[in-house]
Design a binder for this molecule. Structure first.
Ligand SMILES: *Cc1c(COP(=O)(O)O)cnc(C)c1O
Length: 426
């Protein structure tokens, strides 16, 4: 057995904190050394030891069309040959903005940036600038990137490491963020009744994907919409993960909720760094230089990144794309549930669009508290057994999984074969 992953991990740690440039990659939650990746194609990734994995991480969401899709790679190569960056406007930025507005009807104007974090940071600044209020409402376990005011009881990596509220965020900043329970409608109503006039905006993942996968209860998002409208607060749907994945028009299209602002990322960059905030024209026109809310970026709307995003959206828009990927995802989770039952393991799973959640718990969780009841040790054993069998899941019990259009019946069959053994070892 080659030692190369272990050697690279040790070398990385000499110069990069924990050897990684984003915390969950370090495998701290599940233990062991992470494979260092070298190349990818379709549904597969290959590590530095030449081992192939069926990939359900999808770079944490962006790779919905599969890895190194020829249309995306060609678009990137063509764009790169023309220019890497101008710092001046280009026609391709208009094309991406037009595509976003066409696919997500609540978006009338959109500003591009380079990450989801920038998008949510700008969205809450816009909500505050537009309303002249300071309070932001978020939900425990939802992750909206790593801006100060949003790193309070956050999900994803923050949750994985048991410190959902980051050090380095001044208490004065955190005090402007009210944290409520996802899916607790009564709490939302009570909070608005008490402090509605101070609330600038509510930010929520319409389908929570950073505390594993938690679906909104019927009526929950509708109540957020109604409370925001009544009290003059801005409703921000953070669709960085769900955009173009839960449905072509995002979770908002599937669930029938019209937000004031939407944040996007991941899929709109097709694997290169793109983020976006968009929405109501009157709110978006508060952004500089039209209005007083500042936002900027040296590489915003970067021509190579935009080309990757445009090529990806073109694939995602093709007739049948969403239906096919959704049914592949459904067959994966149905198969997993069946294998778990055969192995007598307490387990449940669910999916929406091409996102899925697996839970070592009898039923899918509907709240943060229920997510915490999942058997984490069992997940970790399952994770490693799957990894050894060539199936790459996100290395934490608190992450959602992603299927790409390149995953087909053969990959699902191989995954379920691995799972049949892994459940017995978990
Ligand atoms: C990934 C994610 C972000 C942050 O995006 P980055 O590009 O990692 O900064 C924000 N919100 C949600 C819902 C996400 O899943």
């Amino acid at each position: 057995m080659s030692q190369r992953n272990q050697d690279l991990f040790e070398r990385a740690q000499l110069r990069i904190p924990a050897g990684v440039n984003s915390p969950v990659r370090a495998f701290r939650a599940v233990g062991g050394a992470p494979p260092f990746m070298e190349r990818a194609s379709g549904a597969h990734v290959w590590d530095a030891e030449g081992r192939r994995y069926i990939d359900y991480l999808g770079s944490w969401g962006p790779m919905v069309a599969g890895h190194t899709h020829p249309a995306v790679v060609e678009a990137v190569q063509a764009a790169a040959a023309k220019a890497l960056s101008f710092g001046a406007p280009t026609e391709t930025e208009i094309e991406l903005a037009e595509a976003i507005c066409r696919l997500v009807p609540s978006i009338e104007r959109v500003r591009l940036g380079s990450s989801g974090t920038e998008a949510t940071m700008t969205a809450i600044r816009l909500a505050r600038g537009f309303t002249g209020r300071s309070l932001i409402v978020k939900f425990e376990g939802c992750y909206h990137g790593h801006a100060d005011s949003l790193l309070v009881k956050a999900g994803s990596g923050a949750l994985t490491f048991g410190n959902p509220s980051s050090a380095g965020v001044p208490p004065e900043t955190a005090a402007h963020t009210l944290v409520l329970d996802f899916n607790d409608l009564a709490q939302v109503e009570k909070t608005f009744a008490a402090r509605g006039a101070e609330i600038a905006g509510v930010i929520v993942e319409p389908v929570a994907g950073n505390m594993n996968l938690v679906l909104p209860k019927p009526g929950f998002l509708e109540a957020l919409r109604a409370q925001c409208s009544t009290h003059g607060a801005v409703l921000i749907l953070d669709e960085v993960m769900t955009g173009f994945r839960v449905a072509l028009g995002g979770a908002q299209a599937r669930l029938g909720i019209r937000p004031d602002l939407t944040t996007l990322g991941k899929v709109i960059g097709g694997g290169l760094p793109v983020g976006a905030v968009g929405g109501r024209r009157d709110i978006m026109e508060k952004i500089a230089p039209l209005g007083p809310v500042y936002q900027a970026g040296t590489l915003s709307g970067n021509p190579v990144a935009v080309a990757a995003g445009l090529a990806t959206l073109k694939l995602v828009e093709a007739p049948g794309f969403q239906d096919r990927i959704e049914s592949t995802t459904r067959s994966l989770i149905q198969g997993l549930v069946a294998e778990a039952r055969k192995a007598n393991v307490t387990f449940s799973a669910q999916s929406i669009g091409s996102m899925f959640g697996v839970y070592f718990r009898a039923t899918p969780p509907t709240s943060f508290a229920e997510v915490m009841e999942c058997d984490k040790d069992r997940f970790n054993r399952f994770f490693h057994a799957m990894l050894e069998r060539g199936v790459y899941l996100a290395p934490s019990a608190y992450e959602a999984g992603f299927v790409s259009a390149a995953h087909g019946a053969a990959e699902i069959e191989d995954t379920l074969k691995a799972a049949a053994e892994a459940f017995r070892l978990a």
